[in-house]
Design a protein around this ligand. Sequence first.
Ligand SMILES: NC(=O)c1ccc[n+]([C@@H]2O[C@H](COP(=O)([O-])OP(=O)(O)OC[C@H]3O[C@@H](n4cnc5c(N)ncnc54)[C@H](OP(=O)(O)O)[C@@H]3O)[C@@H](O)[C@H]2O)c1
Length: 259
Amino acid sequence: MTQKNVLDSFRLDGRRALVTGGARGLGRVIASALAHAGAEVAITSRTLEDATTAALEISQDSGRRVLGFEGDVTKAEAVRLLGDSVEAELGVIDILVNNAGINIRGAAVELPEDDWETVLAVNLKAPFLCVQRFVPGMCDRGWGRVINLGSILSVIGIAGRTPYAAAKGGLLNMTRVMALEWAMRGVTANAICPGPFATDMNKPLLEDPVKYKAFIDKIPMGRWAELHEIAGAAVFLASDASSFVTGSALFVDGGWTAQ
Ligand SMILES: NC(=O)c1ccc[n+]([C@@H]2O[C@H](COP(=O)([O-])OP(=O)(O)OC[C@H]3O[C@@H](n4cnc5c(N)ncnc54)[C@H](OP(=O)(O)O)[C@@H]3O)[C@@H](O)[C@H]2O)c1
């Protein structure tokens, strides 16, 4: 079938999206982008007030229905309940953005076991749990999008990032396996792999001029990303524009991993 106007294939009218960790940082930018592209959006935070406040602001800005939900996505029961609430209040989810993430830095031989478990739980287990809750419905309906927030650390190493790199590397390979499992069901799975964006997660780097500059030296474009620069990748992978793209990693990293 030929397309009249390619820009129409980026529209998300009639779709419903869930963005975990959508109240702040990259998740908020992604939630806003999906809403501006036409989707109705559910966002989650561990703090209900943060979720509802951000949802209201995104809704007022985009003119779309955006609802905030409380949820710790590392717990299977909480994810199941979150799914029930989202479906009751917004409807079934077509686009799942596994964005919630955490980074605890430290030398591999010194990092406490709890920190390892926390980082793996949020970055790797939570996407798995959310997929289990939301993707069966997508497969039944024959259309769906899963977007996992990987990282340049899905494919490279940086000293002091053992659990984060393990989780993000695992997340990218999990994305590939899921893409294969759903390839005949109309559901795609892809990863967005960002380079450095100035969010809360990177406070330790942003507050240290030496580390900040060291990162810039690694980026061929010679700068950190602007927050809005994640939006296009998310809308592309959430829409029909990416209908034949699955199991891919889209690097939004100013060329870091091209070297
Ligand atoms: N910023 C970057 O440079 C960068 C680079 C590569 C990849 N990424 C990835 O992009 C994603 C977003 O990062 P960001 O920079 O926007 O981080 P951020 O500003 O630190 O925000 C982290 C988000 O994760 C949520 N979250 C953390 N633990 C959670 C849990 N147990 N249950 C539910 N939500 C939880 C937080 O929600 P609440 O605090 O509201 O509960 C918050 O919305 C992450 O997956 C991150 O690894 C970021």
